[in-house]
Write a protein that binds this ligand. Structure first.
Ligand SMILES: O=C(O)C1=C[C@@H](OP(=O)(O)O)[C@@H](O)[C@H](O)C1
Ligand SMILES: C=C(OP(=O)(O)O)C(=O)O
Length: 442
């Protein structure tokens, strides 16, 4: 556990290019694993989630080779017949857990080999029941304790039709859409209610299309997936991560300066790619310059009422900004944030309150009244990378703020603190705590 203190901040107008999108990389990695031939991915974010995803497909028989720091070659899996027992560790990645659980449903064994899927303690308490139930309907055998990881799984996915509940996470649907491309027969998925984070389903459908796969979206609740499809390996440059961009756009505004993100992924279907429009509503000036995005401070930010159902991962970024906006910010339609790495409604607000923020919440919304004088104190990331990165932004206005468990950023953005340094923030590890831990261990 490492505490990090925000020592100082002197942010001038800056520009930067962000690492590749973990959202796209997660999809490309699993699709490459079930494609014929060798996929080459460049601009791959080398974070804990993506390293775990590459480890997972490797355990299933894909060949993975790094060509340089950010380029990787993936040769697809040749046989879905298990030659041995396999254990897959998803670490903290919800996306991987849901995608790989569906994918491993394709594997079978005539001699009783099984795949065990596990994850960190945090991941073992996040929902998996929906994936388990729909896979069982499609012919897969699963052993688990009430549907949580670790689970033992043996396929194959025969296909047919299934109901799926995607009201807590769209990842259950995305995983199933990908895996069923290779099912023995055609599959019809019927959603029992609308999917949350719906834009991520579109992200998945686009990625499937890129690899030559076909899914027919009959209507917003029904998907038809022809079985036994042959996917084609691709060469892909992974576009920049729109959620990682949000921290720097917010940093520029808090510093009353400007941020230019080079090669911003404007045409991404991911909801969070529209975060600049939210900032514009708060009073920021937003410019599109060919492939680049510039967000500039103009006048004090204003609180807004905003439905963030399709932008779940930038809610903590918005909450940090809202603390310094004039008036009230109401963030609605976010009940599914309770099932992230932390409970991003309760945990986020409780940390903000520690600093004296005027913040309240219920099961599907957060309200923050900005402009309250905050006190530099210790807040915890609750081992949630997005809380660590967003809470650190408050340090731009509040020197001496300390983030406990700051190492959580490794999940999606291991170089985050170095990036902050590049734009003019000085942060330091609080060594006392590290030595306390060491002496406590001896
Ligand atoms: O499919 C994906 O890549 C993701 C979907 C979203 O999750 P939910 O659908 O659970 O909201 C998002 O919050 C998560 O970070 C990544
Ligand atoms: C929720 C997230 O990821 P996952 O669900 O894949 O753990 C995230 O990156 O904010």
């Amino acid at each position: 556990m490492t505490d990090r203190i925000i020592v100082s901040s002197a942010i001038k107008p800056f520009e930067l290019r962000l690492p590749g999108s973990k959202y796209l990389a997660n999809r490309y990695v699993v699709l490459a694993a079930i494609s014929d031939g060798t996929t080459r991915l460049s601009n791959v974010p080398r974070n804990d989630d993506i390293l775990a995803a590459l480890g997972a497909i490797q355990a299933l028989g894909a060949k993975v080779e790094w060509l340089d720091q950010t380029s990787v070659e993936i040769k697809g899996i040749e046989s879905f017949e298990l030659a041995d027992d396999v254990v897959i560790d998803c670490h903290d990645s919800g996306t991987l857990a849901r995608f790989i659980t569906a994918l491993t449903g394709l594997f079978y064994s005539s001699v009783g080999h099984q795949i065990t899927i596990t994850g960190s303690q945090q991941m073992r308490s996040r929902p998996m029941q929906e994936s388990v139930a729909s896979l069982e309907t499609l012919g897969v055998s699963i052993e688990s304790e009430k549907g949580f990881l670790p689970i033992k799984i043996s396929g194959p996915i025969t296909g047919g039709s299934c109901e799926l509940d995607a009201s807590r996470s769209s990842q259950f649907l995305s995983g199933l859409l990908i895996a069923c491309l290779k099912a023995e027969k055609d599959t019809l998925i019927h959603l029992s209610s609308d999917a949350v984070s719906e834009s991520y389903v579109e992200l998945t459908l686009r990625a499937i299309e890129l690899f030559g796969g076909e899914v027919k979206r009959i209507n917003c609740r029904e998907f038809f997936i022809p079985g036994q499809q042959a996917l084609v390996a691709k060469d892909i440059h992974v576009a920049g991560d729109v959620v990682s961009s949000s921290y720097f756009l917010a940093a520029g505004l808090l510093a009353e300066s400007s941020c230019t993100v080079l090669n911003y992924h404007f045409d991404s279907p991911q909801g969070e790619s529209k975060f600049p429009q939210v900032l514009e509503r708060m009073g920021a000036k937003v410019y599109l310059k060919q492939d680049d995005l510039k967000v500039e401070y103009d006048s004090p930010l204003q609180g807004i009422d905003v439905d963030m159902g399709n932008m779940p991962d930038v809610v903590p970024t918005l909450a940090a900004l809202a603390c310094f906006a004039q008036g009230e910010t109401r963030i609605t339609n976010i009940a599914h944030l309770a099932f992230k790495e932390s409970n991003r409604i309760v945990d986020l607000c409780e940390q903000l309150k520690k600093l004296g923020a005027d913040c309240e919440y219920d099961e599907s919304s957060i309200t923050i009244r900005g402009g309250k004088q905050l006190i530099a104190d210790k807040v915890s990331s609750c081992h949630d990378h997005r809380l660590a990165m967003s809470l650190a932004l408050i340090g731009i206005k509040l020197k001496g703020l300390t983030i406990e468990s700051s190492e959580a950023v490794a999940k999606s953005f291991p170089d985050y603190w170095q990036y902050l340094e590049q734009i003019g923030m000085v942060t330091e590890l609080v060594l006392e705590r590290v030595s306390e831990t060491v002496s406590a261990e001896h």
